[in-house]
Design a protein. Sequence first.
Length: 341
Amino acid sequence: MPRTILITGANGEIGHGLVSALSEISPVRLVALDLHAPDAFVQARCHRVVVGDISDIALLDTLAATYDFDTIYHLAALLSTKSERQPRLANRVNVDGTINLLEMTVSQARQQERHVKFLYPSSIAVYGLPDLPTKEKAGKVREDDWCEPRTMYGINKLYCERLGRYYEDFYRQLDAGVSPGRVDFRCLRFPGLISAVTVPTGGTSDYAPEILHAAAAGRPYNCFVRPDTRIPFMAMPDAIEALLKLESADRTRLTRKAYNIGAFAPSAEEVLTRVKDAFPAAAVKFVPDLKRQGIVDSWPVDVDDAAARRDWDFAPAFEFERAFSEYLVPAVSKRYRQPQS
């Protein structure tokens, strides 16, 4: 039988790349779940597409009764900017939805008496540094440092990381008997992600991809952070490869539930300079939004991803220059039919 994989949030930025990569693996059956009907690209590559809400327990029960999932990639989330504007909705989607999926996963694992993998993308939003001098002094932040998020999204993500640990190691720990089946929870803390394929929607780190897409499309853009703003980023292909690599890693090598990963950490001005190299007519101005700027300033300038490199051989292919020259600029130029400089 082919492996059966559930992907929530399959119509999002990461979902597109993950569906594309997994559909090339044989044999595999992809079940895509999204709140909105996925586009033709996703539909053509999936065994089944389900339009529905991860808050709908009856829907999840039906999926669990229909399929024995080997792996669940839980990508569905309300992102940082939207979560600040609707915190109760953020908690319902990001926390309650995750609990619903963990309950489904642990139920399947116990019934089948085997481990079911649960891949969870977390975020650098779990960090919260108090001020810019502390941020600069901290440098590359390790997984257990500065976990004091100041956004609803970051709080949701950090809590769900803890939920994953509970469901793997301590679920119903007062039961008389212990089932051999359990959740195999594996989590990545993504930096800001830059995709040439999809347009960003609702993330506070989206200023970098927004600069790129606006320039390639010939649209003016007011960047909502200062030119000196610096956080870690990653090209989308490396994000997808990291998910696949962590999913296939030998469990005995893993020393953590949640891993930092990073690739490059340019300032916003450095991003704009590189974009202007490709699109000299880019009409981008820095018009900081003090509230959103405050959120970005609480995130680290970079992350220490030594554990991921050691435990499951994480190694991004795209550093800053290569990400732009070989992936981002050619792809967005083709997308918007813009000549490259």
